[in-house]
Design a protein around this ligand. Structure first.
Ligand code: ADP
Ligand code: SF4
Length: 687
């Protein structure tokens, strides 16, 4: 194994945080994961794997301190009373097993909760509607509420200390998500008592909570503050001058400053709208105002960037949520001189949808994420091959590439055949759109890793027919031949053909993904509702085309709300003068124009359209698989034991699902049928 590059030694220095010391500078900041109290074993195992992978600090997601901050239906952490302790003890045990420090982010969410389960009154600095439950308001806190609020923090902190946590957070970040930040923001704090008005008054509650925490647990636990230094709202929100004043006032009070920008969609900026280290300009002032260590995030995956952040005095600790999700072993890889093997986060933010939709998080790059406990999948350990069978994989998209890599890890001999000159499938094609360029990391990482393997033979420009597959005489055949975008509008809205005039021009999304860049007036019809239609609109509008984006939904790219892309997409398309038409479907395409109809009352309208691009649904590219099925009698004569379609060829879905399918195939080959099932979580969590 190669040795660590001395250039990166700095990343492995210990850092003192109050009464604790980290083993290195790798710090997994608090992040949600859709597991929390409802899937506690899965959550704890996932955190433990990160500690094993070298993260010096591993934190929880936000952890509610009281039933008046009931985040249901979302699945986060709770520390309301002793009944919650087993979940936390398990989390701490898993993190300590690998000598990392365990951190917990205590929170009260003020008016950002609906209290759907507990039915308690939400609390806020002033009387204001709750965000998740319109028509229901939060109550302005009086002095006794403020005393209670402080006591709840202390009670939760004492329990956290008892559970074994090393770092205990006060949380005043992510825009309006926390009560402590709501008090600081003048737009929400309209109080006339000593908790409102001047900056000093608005920060008073945070100062009191920090002092309470230090008194209660500061002897053995570090007290951290997560604070948003800018909301990117200009004068309407927190920005540098006020943040400087606040950091200056609290400078040495917390043992650690964990700083970022708000709101969450700016903090976890999708790669489409921001690159690595994108927060530096906002947060770099903090270290100048405090002697306490500072941690910050920036989707850091390059050790050179990390070292530069530390050398230039921007950060002391390299914070990461997404990079630690995409590669839980990132620190160990740098430590072992294998930084070229880091599986870099692509910034797609599929992981954040786990929080938004309350399901166990998944990751496009890391198929084992969320499966560590329930399926026993470890990011770097995998069972040895169960036979000497050779595996032929047809198609080198994300499914085929991942299957090849995981099978190779198991020790199988693999032949990977790809029709095109370049491997990567849909990822390479989608990444040819400038907004999605970082997504090619899904292919790049796997192609690089496969290049190191002696047991994998790859062939490009090698389109296989059924006869070729049989002649290859491999015992196992995997068909990963992908899918095609339909050009006939079939999808959620249209199950019958849309009439298209002979002289009208309809172009499938695949033609754009292969490089076509039509100009003139382009109409993109989006009945897919995720990222692709808006990415194509952005690309074509940037090239100078006049673009209209039509959707039958009430909003464009509606599902991208769950990946924190939605707001940025709205801004970008408007900046590019893309015309947006909602609540309409196409009825008919004529030469130079499309006829639309209102989804509610059917009223028709016409819009100019030289070219129409439907993005509605895909057809599995399973022709080869179907041919092989007809040849089934010949399989045994050619030593073929099984032929398995995977990924988009079986069912078109996300890139993450294709990667998962490839990985699952590899894990399950030559295993008992029970390997395909997962353990259920019963008992420990609950409401
Ligand atoms: P997935 O997301 O399931 O991995 P992709 O569409 O990304 O699917 O990738 C499928 C890949 O399979 C494409 O790169 C395509 O060129 C390749 N392919 C399709 N048919 C064949 C074939 N008959 N022989 C070899 N490669 C093929
Ligand atoms: Fe990164 Fe996407 Fe994985 Fe999230 S889902 S960690 S953004 S690669």
């Amino acid at each position: 194994m190669p040795n660590r590059n001395p250039r990166y030694d700095l990343l492995f220095d210990p850092v003192t945080i109050g009464p604790k010391q980290t083993r290195n500078r790798f710090y997994q900041v608090p992040h949600c994961n859709g597991m929390g109290h409802r899937y506690p074993r899965a959550m704890a195992e996932m955190r433990g794997v990160k500690a094993e992978g070298g993260w010096g600090v591993v934190c929880t997601e936000e952890c509610s301190i009281h039933p008046s901050s009931d985040l249901s239906p979302f699945t986060l952490m709770r520390l309301w009373d002793d009944a919650d302790m087993p979940v936390h003890e398990l989390m701490v045990e898993k993190v300590h097993e690998h000598n990392a420090l365990a951190g917990i982010q205590l929170v009260h969410n003020g008016f950002e909760v609906a209290n759907y389960v507990t039915r308690q009154t939400a609390l806020a600095p002033c009387n204001i509607p709750t965000e998740p439950f319109p028509h229901v308001q939060a109550r302005a806190m009086d002095k006794s509420d403020i005393r209670d609020f402080r006591r709840w923090h202390v009670d939760a902190a004492l329990r956290a200390k008892r559970a074994g946590y090393d770092i205990i957070y006060a949380y005043a970040a992510h825009g309006t998500m926390t009560l402590l930040f709501q008090f600081i923001l003048s737009r929400y704090n309209q109080r006339s008592d000593e908790y409102g008005g001047s900056v000093e008054n608005r920060v008073r509650l945070l100062r009191e909570v920090l002092m309470d925490l230090k008194d209660a647990v500061g002897d053995t636990c570090a007290v951290a503050l997560r604070f948003a230094v800018d909301e990117l709202l200009g004068a309407d929100g927190m920005q540098k001058t006020e943040a400087q004043e606040i950091v200056g006032q609290l400078a040495e009070l917390p043992d650690l400053w964990d700083v970022n920008v708000a709101a969450w969609h700016n903090d976890s900026m999708p790669s489409r709208f921001g690159s690595e280290a994108g927060q530096e300009d906002y947060i770099s002032f903090v270290k100048k105002l405090t002697d306490k260590p500072v941690v910050g995030v920036g989707r850091f995956t390059s050790p050179d960037t990390m070292v530069s952040q530390i050398r230039r005095g921007v950060l002391d600790l390299i914070g990461a949520a997404r990079p630690s999700i995409a590669d839980p072993f990132l620190p160990n890889k740098i430590d072992q001189g294998r930084e070229d093997e880091i599986r870099e986060c692509i910034g797609c933010n599929l992981c954040t949808s786990g929080d938004a939709l309350a399901y166990p998080m998944r990751c496009t790059q890391n198929p084992t994420m969320g499966e560590e406990w329930r399926r026993g999948w470890h990011p770097v350990r995998i069972d040895k091959a169960g036979s000497a069978d050779r595996v032929l994989i047809v198609g080198a998209g994300p499914a085929g590439l991942e299957a090849a890599l995981a099978l190779s890890d198991r020790g199988y001999d693999v032949v990977l055949s790809e029709a095109r000159a370049e491997m990567g499938g849909r990822v390479i094609r989608e990444a040819s759109l400038a907004p999605l360029s970082e997504w090619r990391r899904v292919a790049d990482h796997r192609i690089y890793m496969l290049g190191q393997r002696a047991n994998v033979q790859t062939y490009t420009e090698s389109s296989l027919a059924a006869s070729d597959v049989l002649e290859a005489a491999c015992e196992r055949v995997v068909i990963a031949t992908g899918s095609h975008w339909r050009g006939d509008f079939f999808g959620l809205q249209h199950q019958h053909p849309v009439p298209v005039a002979a002289s009208a021009r309809v172009m499938s999304a695949d033609e754009i993904l292969k490089g076509a860049r039509p100009d003139g007036h382009i109409l993109i019809y989006d009945d897919d509702h995720y990222y692709l239609a808006s990415a194509i609109a952005e690309q074509l509008a940037s090239n100078g085309a006049k673009v209209t984006l039509v959707t039958p939904e009430s909003d464009i790219a509606s599902w991208s709300e769950h990946t924190l892309e939605h707001e940025h997409i709205q801004v970008r398309l408007r900046e590019l003068d893309v015309e947006i038409i909602c609540n309409k479907r196409v009825r008919q395409i004529d030469a130079g124009e499309a006829v639309l109809e209102c989804v509610y009352i059917g009223r028709e309208s016409r819009v100019a359209a030289d070219v129409v691009i439907p993005i509605t649904s895909r057809e599995p590219g399973d022709k080869l698989y179907q041919e092989l099925l007809t040849e089934q009698p010949a399989w045994a004569d050619n030593a073929v034991k099984s032929v398995q379609p995977i990924g988009d060829c079986l069912v078109p879905a996300t890139i993450a699902m294709a990667v998962y399918a490839g990985h699952e195939y590899a894990r399950n080959l030559d295993q008992a049928a029970s390997a395909g099932t997962f353990r259920r979580e019963l008992g420990l969590g609950g409401e």
